[in-house]
Design a protein around this ligand. Sequence first.
Ligand code: ZN
Length: 429
Amino acid sequence: MITDPSLINLFFVNLEGVRVLGVDDEPGIPEVHIELVRQLVGCPSCGVVARVQSRSAVRLIDLSMAGRKVALVWNKRRFMCIEAVCEKATWTELDHRIAAPRLALTDRAGRWATYQVGAQGRAVSDVASDLGCDWHTVNNAVLSYGEALIEHPGRFGDVSSLGLDEHLMVRTGEKHKLEFVTTIVDVQRAQLLDVVPDRKAEGPKQRLRARGSEWCAGVTAGAIDLSATYKSVFDEVLPHATLVADPFHVVKHANSKVDECRRRVQNEALGHRGHKIDPLYKVRRMLTMAAERLDVDGQEKLLGLLKAGDRFGHVQATWTAKEATRELYDVPTYELAQPFIDELIRDMADEGWPPEVRSLGRTLKRWRDQIIAWHKLHITNGPTESMNNLAKRVKRVAFGFRSFKNYRIRALLYAGKPDWSLLATITPR
Ligand SMILES: [Zn+2]
């Protein structure tokens, strides 16, 4: 049986200058009562020795210990200045080693929770249930410590290749309105640099300009999807950078044309959208798959179903155009990529092709330089992977990011490569 307060201090608190008053071991969460060792305190304004005016108990959730949740109850003193002409009336004692001001977690619990949520991608509600507190208590701590980590000047360093991409944040409201954000990415280091609201040009423009002209001059390459909006960001703020159309988005666009064509042909032939028994509906996934991923049976099935449902060969033509677009990325050099894409553009302009093929050809024409620039620089749009991973985790734990601030901090903690070794020393915001 430990009754010695200094031993209790050692096991439960382990902070110098803190005295343990006792442990309230009620069923539920045991409460360790503490206070700061009394010493003379001077007024922060005039320096005159202050008088204790009152005390109040502040309950803080601490790290769990030996499988039990623990709370610290800090018997906090409120001081008053006795100097008549001093304008400082009263103040409460603070000790950042115990807890940051305004947070209801102890300092060490706050840092631990930030790591669990930020680096491990755990749900705030999970971590709150581990600690025995509510969602907001953990979330507030993650925001305070997390912001200090992601705003640390070392994180957003010099960048030579920059990517802009759109990302779905959340579906809000009854109509499941989609809310998008724009991600700013260091595509060399696959690091998420920042997140700004919506898909307009103004947000990323402002954020990049704020880095200063020297930083902007260091960005020599950019990667974007086929978005005129993001192109305008580069044209205005980083006009010297060589722009690359991200291959993933180019192929995705070609696939969307195959889908569009399949739906149109189905509609024209059957007068309704695809049903399960329609040959073209059955084949819809194979159509957007890479051809080499289809085995011999798969290819036969694809051709058979196309023959049955694609009377004028439109779907097959669009599928072939999509495959030709993909082949562009097998061309070994920049010099060979130029005649290859020019021939594609010429071919697809032929009036004999279905509208989807011609539309794809126009897109290739509009983005020609950026598409083949990939053969020069071989950059793609960075940590889409870890962003998608975060989105999946978020979905799985059924946590909707209603608040952009919550989303930004969590995304940057997870995919923004903060220096986690600083977690022990940063000052929460
Ligand atoms: Zn004073």
